[in-house]
Design a protein around this ligand. Sequence first.
Ligand code: ADP
Length: 351
Amino acid sequence: MKVLVINSGSSSIKYKLFDMPKEHLVSKGLIEQIGEKGSRIRSHYTGLEAILRRINHVTVVGHRVVHGAERFQRPVLINESVIQKIKQCCPLAPLHNPANLAGILACKKLLPGIKQVAVFDTAFHQTLPDYAYIYGLPYKYYKRFGIRKYGFHGTSHEYVAHEASRILKKPFNKLKIITCHLGNGCSITAIDKGLSIDTSMGLTPLEGLIMGTRSGDIDPALVTFIMRKEKLNIAQIDNILNKSSGLMGISGISNDMRVLESRAKMQDKRAKLAIDIFIYRIKKYIGAYTTIMSGCDVLVFTAGIGEHQKRVREKICQGLFSHLKKEPKVLVIPTDEELMIARQAYKLIRG
Ligand code: ADP
């Protein structure tokens, strides 16, 4: 069975075609600059047309959908009602869900009769207990607007956690796992007995760890403080917190950890400070998650920094578990969100 996995962003579509259940990658590619000035690819529809010219024999399409809110706890077969519900989640992910939907609608037109499955970034974290996902705000905001922690990168956390259980030859639902997805976006998840019980991203991907350009956890009062001081509007403060904070904002140099490491070696103080803050925050989260699980059997690193930056991993692990009777195994596992989506789409179709 050929499963086409589509990751449709605002101006790009990434795809991978898998032969399942062999999990053989048949082809992959990327269409960029959709709708941009001077681009031949005017819409997601024309982008997808270009992809379909390169491949054939698609049996099922698996779509990455960023936000499923509380409506989606697991992957679903896409129909009209699912499309409407994904639309209803758009206010929670205004940059992502409309782009994901554009991919779904283009596939619907171009591949009539072919089953489509939606796999949500938030679904894996739907097992969080209420005391982990409710914020210390008036409860009415949860009831009225769905304001709560949702968490993201769920497909990646779930994938690497399953890989860890396979590598260690221990049942997934018997392990206490902490997964660190450290890319441009960074998040960390506590997985106890096979369930996500806490995760660092929140209502949006802004909460939690220091990221390439996102601030992660901050005192919420500083938002209005900076807005007043700098006379900023909502779009401007949103831009600062999401696009010019984190490693980029602290260092003033780059959001790329490779650049920062080389500058830190040359004694650049702000590059070193950015790395130190990045590592410190991760250690705090690992400490907290080890405590709420009463231990940790395995710590997994994944994504760009997690997979490739050994010195960062070493610094995170320094003295981290010295208080534990049994130190966890530390694994580096390359993530493959597309393969996870293909597995889930295949599983759903095969019933
Ligand atoms: P994204 O969240 O955009 O998918 P990645 O997972 O590609 O991000 O991670 C990007 C981060 O990983 C950057 O900070 C980069 O410096 C770091 N990194 C280190 N080594 C590599 C590598 N070999 N390839 C890609 N990213 C790397």
